[in-house]
Design a protein around this ligand. Sequence first.
Ligand code: C5P
Length: 234
Amino acid sequence: MNEPRLIVALDFNLPEMALDLAAALEPNLCRLKVGKELFTRGGPQLVETLQQRGFDIFLDLKFHDIPNTVEKAVRAAADLGVWMVNVHALGGPRMLAAAKAALDDVAAPPKLIAVTILTSMGQAELAAVGLPGHAQDNVLRLGKLAQQAGLDGVVCSAQEAVLLKRQLGDDFVLVTPGIRPAWAAKGDQTRIMTPAEALAAGSDYLVVGRPITQAHDPLEALQRVANEMQQASC
Ligand code: C5P
């Protein structure tokens, strides 16, 4: 069995709901993403419980602080045993280097991923925070910074994946949300791609939330997405 390239986003406000959903899923078909809301409510204990049930965890806390603080936070994530953790590339080269240094002596380090530009930010908002130019130029510049600091990859939209793979190479991991199978509701996502399209564009790991978490039968939805990904990779 290949490693699962599907990451289910556990966007729940109650840890019990996250645990109930996890009980319906298969760790050999997916990994799980725990974000700010769920982690703030469930804490490391929830992450440990999910790991004990066999799931790899992407701890999506997007650290962004002074280098010393981010280094210690990334080390805490590694000590928790998570599979993937992320930081904001806008924290700058020294912060990125500190995040990387936190994992130097970790035997099985988590994948260390950067967030470049939040997809919620349009051109006007980027200019308002002093980042003029196209979002894609900012994404590429920050992706290069993350790569130079030795990070493993970035979170990006599937639309950005082609450019980033071409510019940053095959080994630089691309983690992509905004995925909608053809049979699923779009919800509030706008620039979406199907799992097969995202893999074809160069994404390595796909983050899927509501099409699975809100499905009438989450395991069936998970299997459908996993099958689509399997077929697209053949
Ligand atoms: O339910 P849905 O599939 O839209 O969930 C996607 C997940 O990916 C959510 O946890 C969302 O916060 C996250 N995400 C996103 N777009 C980004 C970054 C993260 O949808 N640009």
